[in-house]
Ligand binder design. Structure first.
Ligand code: ATP
Ligand code: MG
Length: 569
């Protein structure tokens, strides 16, 4: 490709809203352009890389025996009602009506569609197991679309669905996908961790997430050297007991004027936050009730654990307002479990291991001291706290560590959640209709593209791994008007083309520095410069990943690129 014929849309600056490297570089390198918030156009260079990522995913999915289909983004409401998700999915679901007032959504995921397809097409147990996938555009009206392609309202996902006879079959299908995902992310050059995950709105019995390690990731990974790793929503830790050999003391009401936060109460009463219990009131909109969640003063509530306990969706819960708290007979800033009636109290297990602790008195400017679980109040005891760095690993007891990651993929054991509610069955040997056992498997393709950049860039721009680079090499004559340089550059260009290399000839009438800046920003892996030694068939060979430059004969430069291509995964 001649550079003069390309759409090179590089920019010196990215718009202010771009704050993470991948967003900045995708815009500056002219790979994407924003249309509206969370919705992007892919320019030629961006699309080339996107298609390479898709092809690697496609190759590995095909190898795993999954069959590619393509379904519509438009999905009828009726299918979502069958699965029960039309209500449950919340405002992220982009809903619309056609001219006949029939309701639809733009698919955020495709469990209903694939289940419907399979229940219609497959009846015989002989057709199972079956695995289907697609690479397709998804829609989610995200609360905060941000970070470029990381969290879009329109994005590309590879989604796959497996259908098995039984749980054992699902376990096998799941393992195949787990291994396939490892191969995909290995080939894409991603540094990732596999973590135990919560099953969220999709539901099911088991799940793993594939997390690209990155400080800009929106997920917290909790992990231990023993191999335990979990998404923070799912993470567990051993409860810590603190001073629990004390004698039980009598409850006392103490005046704590204007002392609302844990820090204020801790300073005022001169006790450690570990001797105080935090009481948070949540409103459960699904069941139209309130719950109080208790954790130790230095802990945070893990809302996902609360949501899972209540069996509701994420958008169906919120912290209670000042008036809500009044309505349950308490006061904001002074909430506590003692004396609250007609309200479910969720108690983090650590609270039951504390002795003589401080809680709000449900009375303005008062707290209770020397409160004890069991004697003074009771509730539902589970882990409701967020695991924190330094907590003991639930498997081996060593200290847990925290790291940030970008969720690039997630796999789920769905079981019969969709097949049972949507009647996707096969006939067993006894002639009985049995629901198929399903799994679903997603990769955020466009988010993966951003993640590759997060892990492969420097101050000059993107450093594409060779197998996803929009082009493999670029030949840059220092001065295209110089006949010798032009002839030399064209010779290398032609030979690389003949060898099947995706190569650019920078035939633009521009200063060399300007050209180099473009290619370094765009991230072409090999930059071959033809300058003053062109007559001797010597060029300068630069590897983008290291920025190391070496002078070498034309032939050697050509064979270096050709060899590198032979070795890519
Ligand atoms: P998140 O927790 O980041 O919102 P999710 O768990 O809701 O993601 P899934 O339903 O598991 O997402 O979707 C499968 C994959 O699609 C995710 O692992 C992620 O890589 C990608 N993905 C999800 N939402 C978006 C989005 N808004 N923009 C880009 N990619 C996304
Ligand atoms: Mg997910």
């Amino acid at each position: 490709m001649k550079a003069s014929r390309m759409l090179i849309a590089t920019l010196k600056e990215a718009p202010q809203e771009a704050i993470i490297s991948s967003h900045i570089l995708l815009i500056r390198a002219g790979m994407i352009r924003k249309l509206v918030s969370g919705v992007y156009n892919y320019l030629p260079l961006g699309l080339r890389t996107l298609q390479k990522i898709e092809n690697i995913i496609r190759e590995e999915m095909d190898k795993a025996g999954s069959l590619e289909i393509l379904s519509s983004a438009i999905q009828p409401k009726e299918l979502w009602e069958e699965s029960g998700r039309w209500q449950k999915y919340g405002p992220e679901l982009m809903r619309f009506k056609d001219r006949h007032e029939r309701e639809f959504c733009l698919g955020p995921t495709h469990e209903e569609i694939f289940t419907d397809l399979v229940r219609t097409e497959i009846k015989s147990r002989k057709s199972l197991p079956l695995s289907l996938y697609q690479i397709q555009t998804k829609y989610r009206d995200e609360l905060r679309p941000r970070f470029g392609l990381m969290r879009g309202r329109e994005f590309i996902m590879k989604d796959a669905y497996s259908f098995d006879l039984d749980q054992k079959g699902l376990d096998e299908s799941y393992k195949i996908m787990y291994d396939t995902y490892c191969r995909i992310f290995d080939r894409l050059g991603i540094d990732y961790k596999i973590v135990l995950a919560d099953t969220g709105a999709i539901g099911g019995t088991g799940s793993h997430q594939f997390m690209a390690i990155s400080d800009v990731g929106e997920s917290n990974i909790v992990y231990c050297n023993c191999g335990y790793a979990a998404d923070e929503e799912k993470a567990e830790s051993m409860p810590e007991s603190f001073n629990n050999d004390e004698e039980l003391k009598e409850v006392e009401k103490v005046n704590t004027p204007k002392m609302k936060t844990i820090e204020e109460v801790s300073n005022f009463l001169n006790v450690s936050p570990k001797k105080i219990v935090k009481s948070l009131v949540y409103r459960d909109y699904a069941n139209d009730k309130f719950v109080v969640v208790l954790v130790r003063g230095d802990r945070e509530v893990n809302e996902i654990k609360v949501i899972n306990h209540l069996g509701i969706a994420e958008h169906e819960i919120a912290l209670a307002s000042y008036d809500d708290i009044k309505s349950i007979g308490s006061v904001e800033g002074f909430v506590g479990p003692v004396g609250l009636s007609n309200i479910e109290i969720l108690v983090d297990e650590e609270v039951t291991m504390m002795k003589n602790f401080v809680v709000g008195a449900n009375e303005f400017d008062y707290h209770l001291v020397n409160v004890n679980y069991g004697r003074d109040f009771t509730g539902t005891v589970k882990m409701f706290r967020a695991a924190a760095s330094g907590d003991k690993c639930p498997v081996c007891g060593l200290p847990l560590e925290l790291e940030r990651g970008i969720e690039v993929g997630q796999i789920f054991k769905l079981g019969t959640k969709y097949s049972a509610s949507m009647d996707c069955t096969y006939t067993d040997e006894a002639g009985k209709n049995v629901p198929m056992v399903m799994g679903c498997y997603g990769i955020g393709v466009t988010r993966t593209l951003s993640s590759i950049i997060e892990q492969h860039h420097d101050d000059f721009g993107i450093k594409w791994p060779l197998n996803v680079a929009p082009y493999h090499a670029v030949v840059v004559p220092i001065n295209y008007k110089d006949e010798t340089m032009k002839a030399g550059a064209e010779k290398i260009y032609q030979q690389l083309l003949n060898a099947g290399v995706e190569v650019i000839l920078d035939d633009r009438d521009a200063k060399p520095g300007f050209k180099f800046k473009d290619w370094e920003l765009i991230g072409i892996p090999y930059i071959i410069t033809v300058g003053r030694l062109a007559g001797d068939e010597i060029c300068e060979f630069k590897e983008r990943s290291t920025m190391e430059k070496v002078e070498m004969p034309f032939n050697e430069a050509i064979s270096t690129v050709v060899e590198a291509l032979k070795n890519i995964k």
